[in-house]
Write a protein that binds this ligand. Structure first.
Ligand code: DC
Length: 225
């Protein structure tokens, strides 16, 4: 008996392109599961930091990824029973995550864990390699982009609204450096799948971006019905 996999939408794109927000909104509208794959790399980084594992120790970092004891709940994530939602967003953890994410054994160790999220009624997954490596048979693949200026401005506004100080030029340079690291790494680099639809949100609001994804999904599911 062949099993038809649950429907899924893969949303990939560079840092601060708004993938997380768009994926969460689309999953909410469809009533589907949500996978924030970046959180798994951040959790692996946090586990490494806690256990004193160096960011280039591929073997021990992969073992830490395999052993992750995590529970995702709406709006929060627990590791070893403790709410680590704020910890994994720390800058130090994000930087460590981008280093362990470049290690092939770590990426392999997280594959099955990511694929296990694909359950009925459906999944929206966001990351860098959802459409290329983790779910190459996704029903709809979106590559969400925005100019580096638009992304830096969005991040700047978010930080100021949260009461943090920020410098637009520094944010812009940081984004350019992370884009370069993510696209140039040897393992699963950030790239649009050949069958992905590219969505440039530089001049779109969140609602307009979500609306475009939903329109594409309706067209795709109608053409397959
Ligand atoms: O999306 P994010 O900033 O939470 O991701 C954290 C790090 O993990 C980032 O440096 C890129 C990496 N990552 C990855 O390599 N592959 C994914 N599918 C998701 C994130």
């Amino acid at each position: 008996m062949s099993r038809v996999p649950a429907p899924m939408i893969a949303i990939d794109g560079p840092t601060a392109s708004g993938k997380g927000t768009i994926a969460a909104r689309v999953a909410g509208m469809l009533g589907w599961h949500l996978l924030d794959s970046g959180a798994l790399y951040r959790l692996t980084a946090l586990a490494c930091l806690q256990q004193g594992i160096a960011p280039d120790d591929a073997e021990r970092a992969a073992a830490a990824a395999t052993a992750l004891d995590v529970q995702f709940e709406p709006g929060s994530v627990r590791m070893g029973g403790r709410d680590v939602s704020a910890d994994i967003r720390r800058e130090e953890v994000g930087n460590f995550a981008s280093q362990v994410a470049a290690l092939a054994p770590v990426r392999t160790a997280l594959l099955d864990r990511q694929r296990a999220f694909r359950r009925l009624p459906g999944l929206v997954a966001d990351g860098r390699d959802m459409g290329t490596v983790v779910f190459p048979d996704a029903d709809l693949k979106i590559f969400l982009v925005a100019s580096v200026e638009a992304r830096a401005e969005r991040r700047y506004k978010q930080l100021i609204e949260k009461g943090f100080s920020a410098n637009l030029l520094t944010l812009l340079r940081d984004l350019e450096a992370r884009d370069a690291r993510d696209t140039q790494r040897a393992n699963a680099p950030l790239a649009a799948a050949s069958d992905a639809l590219v969505l440039d949100s530089s001049h779109l609001t969140i609602d307009q971006t979500v609306g475009q994804v939903m329109d594409w999904w309706r067209e795709r599911s109608a053409s397959r019905a």
